[in-house]
Design a protein around this ligand. Structure first.
Ligand code: NAP
Length: 522
């Protein structure tokens, strides 16, 4: 029996007793047991704050950027090993690259942004933000803003669907800010994150105390957070609500960021009729979003908003493409879509789809039966892609229920304002897209979607070739969304670094401010 370990106080901790078993998503075989029993959460946080914090703050921004770049190179050299473990989560090689290479690219991108946008040398310990304001007639009294690293630990709680990308996209901005990280992966797929953390520790690149890892339940972790700590959570809205209202988090006003679930939409323009390139782009993107990572992407398209008169055409075109998707063992190169992360997850998705089916019907896929190439469909967590059609745009379930798998629902709209209205029924989303060749339609819909979204893609033939697509969060752009999506913001370039720092208004004379900020008055 393999017992996964935690890494706290710069030591590996092996649980004293067996924990909960986690299984291979493809074969059902037990992979390991997980337990955080015996981890002293208070001591882990204290060690990170008192050892990791000072170690990181002793380095300039550019030095920290160098660590990220070196870490990216090191992990790049171990990708094959990570891909092999990733396949056990049900991921195809394409999915694994999305997670693993995607995570490594975040480290590299942050290293580059820090070298370009953050100061070096003595200035590297404080970030002077924005222009200074003259607060006096004679220019002898000024005000400005500085950002300094918070003296706590960044507690990073992740969802199960991106076991590599998620910890790396949270680690990079925290480390650049000079704040140590404590990573808590979701239990279902933590065996992959465990190997990632082992690799990082083995690399010897990060300073002592700058990385901790709690594998298994978070236990009483949040009872020990303090005013200077941060909690960055990714997962379901229900867990986000529970953690955000944790008495200690509330009492100490702990900075809390949530990336939660989201019923994302993609809007097809009325100009994009069958035969136009935008029609094909729309259908292709919908199928991609449903099948990459078996639809287990927080940004995946859950609602396809289609002009009423194009519902039949989109439904037929998408169903035809989905029928070609081979589901099965990701080790088989002909397989396009692997398994969900666990049998429990498959049950959860089936339950959600049953609710959706109260106001919709299936146009592609079979909820109960699946042919899994090269695998046993009962032992592995396989599911066919499920495209639903709801002809009543006023039904509530398609706007409320997130079936976290290869599931999407076609919904008709009758005007641009109606499309915007329906998009907002998701109560706040991570990502939206508009596919059209008509810039005026795109403007109307994008501006209508924007207050309800963290990111919106306007897709046409001009950008199609280079576009990263509806579902890909990028380190330079904000990832997050209002309302149901958690109300948080991650990444977004250097903004993500500043989330880990305290912004302070500083007032004084030009000489004093120049000394404090390390830059001369402007
Ligand atoms: P989840 O059940 O909410 O769990 C998320 C994380 O919270 C896990 O690490 C979980 O640990 C931990 N957790 C649960 N209870 C906790 C507690 N009392 N104290 C501290 N930590 C606790 O979500 P999931 O099933 O892993 O992920 C699926 C959901 O995440 C979907 O709804 C999806 O939309 C959302 N998601 C959002 C984003 C985004 O960026 N917005 C990205 C990916 C996924 P255990 O696993 O050990 O319970």
């Amino acid at each position: 029996m393999t017992l996964l370990r935690s890494y706290v106080q710069d030591r590996w901790h092996t649980p004293a007793a067996a924990g909960s078993a986690i299984h291979d998503a493809v074969t059902g075989e037990e992979i390991a047991q997980v337990s955080s029993t015996g981890v002293d959460m208070a001591a882990a946080l204290h060690h990170a704050r008192t050892v990791g914090g000072p170690e990181l703050r002793a380095l300039s921004f550019h030095h920290r950027a160098g660590l990220l770049a070196d870490l990216a190179s090191y992990l790049r050299g171990h990708r094959e090993e990570l891909y092999a473990i990733s396949a056990r989560t049900g991921a195809t090689l394409y999915d694994s690259k999305y997670d693993i290479d995607g995570g490594i690219r975040v480290l590299q991108a942050y290293a580059g942004m820090a070298l370009r946008e953050l100061p070096d040398g003595d200035e590297g310990l404080v970030y002077a933000e924005g222009p200074q304001e003259n607060l006096s007639r004679d220019g002898s009294f000024l005000g400005g803003h500085i950002c300094t690293p918070r003296r706590g630990t960044a507690v990073q709680i992740n969802a199960y669907n991106f076991p590599v990308w998620a910890p790396l996209e949270k680690l990079a901005p925290a480390l650049l800010a000079g704040v140590p990280s404590l990573v808590k992966p979701a239990t279902q797929t933590c065996y992959l994150t465990s190997r990632l953390i082992e690799l990082i520790v083995e690399s010897g690149l990060l300073p002592p105390g700058s990385l901790s890892y709690v594998c298994g339940s978070a236990g009483d972790l949040l009872d020990h957070v303090t005013e200077q700590d941060l909690v960055s959570f990714t997962g379901s809205a229900a867990t986000a609500e529970r953690l955000r209202t944790h008495p200690v988090v509330v009492r100490q006003a702990v900075r809390f960021n949530a990336e939660a679930d989201s019923v994302n939409c993609s809007v097809l323009g009325p100009d994009a009729t069958p035969g136009t390139p935008e029609f094909d782009l729309y259908v292709g993107q919908l199928v991609t979003e449903m099948t990459v990572k078996a639809g287990q992407k927080c940004t995946a398209i859950r609602r396809a908003l289609v002009p009423a008169e194009l519902m039949d055409a989109v439904s037929e075109a998408a169903a035809a493409r989905l029928a070609e998707v081979v589901v099965g063992n990701p080790a088989d190169p002909t397989v396009r879509m692997g398994a969900l992360a666990s049998l429990g997850q498959r049950e959860e998705v089936r339950r959600s789809v049953k609710t959706l089916l109260d106001s919709a019907h299936l146009v592609s896929g079979d909820l109960g039966r699946v042919d899994a190439r090269g695998a046993d469909p009962e032992r592995g967590a396989f599911l066919t892609p499920l495209l639903l059609r709801c002809d009543d745009p006023g039904a509530t379930a398609p706007h409320e229920v997130e079936a976290f798998g290869p599931v999407s629902t076609l919904i008709p709209y009758t005007s641009p304002d109606h499309a915007v209205f329906l998009a907002a029924q998701g109560r706040g989303s991570l990502a939206g897209s508009v596919v059209t060749g008509d810039p005026a339609f795109a403007r109307q819909v994008v501006l209508g979607l924007a207050p309800w979204h963290g990111r919106v893609l306007a897709l046409d033939t001009e950008s199609a070739k280079a576009s990263t697509g509806h579902g890909s969060p990028l380190p330079a752009l904000i990832h997050g969304g209002p309302g149901r999506a958690g109300g948080g913001e991650e990444m977004g370039g250097i903004r993500g670094v500043l989330h880990h720092m305290q912004r302070t208004a500083v007032q004084g004379g030009p000489g004093m401010l120049a000394s404090v900020t390390g830059r001369s008055a402007k």
